[in-house]
Design a protein around this ligand. Structure first.
Ligand code: PEP
Length: 255
């Protein structure tokens, strides 16, 4: 079985006090053995404090981005070794906001993915098409291109220690989620593309859906055979809502 994951991307939100309150609420209300793995991804500056607050809980810590370089003259950047050093096990790479607002190419994203893995972290690789690309029925081309950049640099075996998040850009922060069938179609396409190279790894890779997931729509999305949980933005900032989404996640058979 694939254990589902529900990861909260806090983006540019929070403060020391707000984060402490949110983490405290999550820790108090999370069941002792949740079906899904719970991950939170606060902004860089709060990671070390979040790691301290989360100690002893089953909630894992992730970062929202990582530098592709290991060290050197890269002002403002944070390396994979630094993230690992403060207690991060996961890192989001290739979020559409990074790809679009900061012009990250598929190749840069692939190098970030490799940098994270080189320090023993698990990358959460985001892929997904923009609205015009969906309207032109090009979502498979776009997702294939984004995925192939990582496959070419790192090989398929690398997905034994990675997570994929399919996030249609038109669904992120818009309140307009993909339908369960739309999500399932692309998730199945991603899994098939991995399976063409390695069927076992494809069957075991967790593929999350992201884009306006809420307590009210999580169950129907997570019921789809290839949807292994979610990457959650806005709804991850409210403990009740995030925990309700987490409770909706179900394991799926990997064969
Ligand atoms: C995200 O930013 O990854 C995301 C899915 O955001 P939201 O849930 O707010 O659409």
């Amino acid at each position: 079985m694939r254990r589902p994951i529900v990861a909260g991307n806090w983006k540019l939100h929070g403060s020391r006090a707000e984060n402490a309150r949110l983490i405290e609420e999550l820790m108090a209300q999370l069941p002792s053995k949740p079906a899904a793995l719970c991950i939170v991804c606060p902004p860089f500056v709060y990671l070390q404090e979040a790691a301290r607050l989360l100690r002893g809980s089953s909630i894992e810590l992730g970062a929202q981005d990582v530098c592709a370089e290991a060290q050197g003259a890269f002002t403002g950047q944070v390396s994979a070794a630094m993230l690992k050093d403060v207690g991060c096990e996961y890192v989001i790479v290739g979020h559409s906001e990074r790809r679009l607002l900061y012009r990250e190419s598929d190749q840069i994203v692939a190098r970030k993915f490799a940098a994270a893995q080189s320090k023993g972290m698990i990358p959460i690789l985001c892929v997904g098409e923009q609205l015009a690309e969906r309207e032109a029925n090009r979502m498979q081309d776009v997702v294939a291109r984004q995925l192939d950049a990582v496959l070419e640099l790192c090989g398929v075996e690398t997905f034994a220690n990675a997570v994929i998040a399919y996030e249609p850009v038109w669904a992120i922060g818009t309140g307009r989620n993909a339908t369960p069938d739309q999500a399932q179609d692309v998730h199945a396409f991603i899994r098939a593309r991995l399976a063409a190279r390695n069927a076992k790894i494809a069957a075991e890779t967790r593929i999350l859906y992201g884009g306006s997931v809420k307590a009210g729509n999580a169950a129907e999305l997570f019921a789809m055979a290839d949807v292994d949980g979610g990457l959650i933005g806005g709804a991850s900032l409210k403990a009740d809502e995030f925990l309700a989404i987490l409770a909706a996640a179900r394991p799926h058979r990997s064969k």
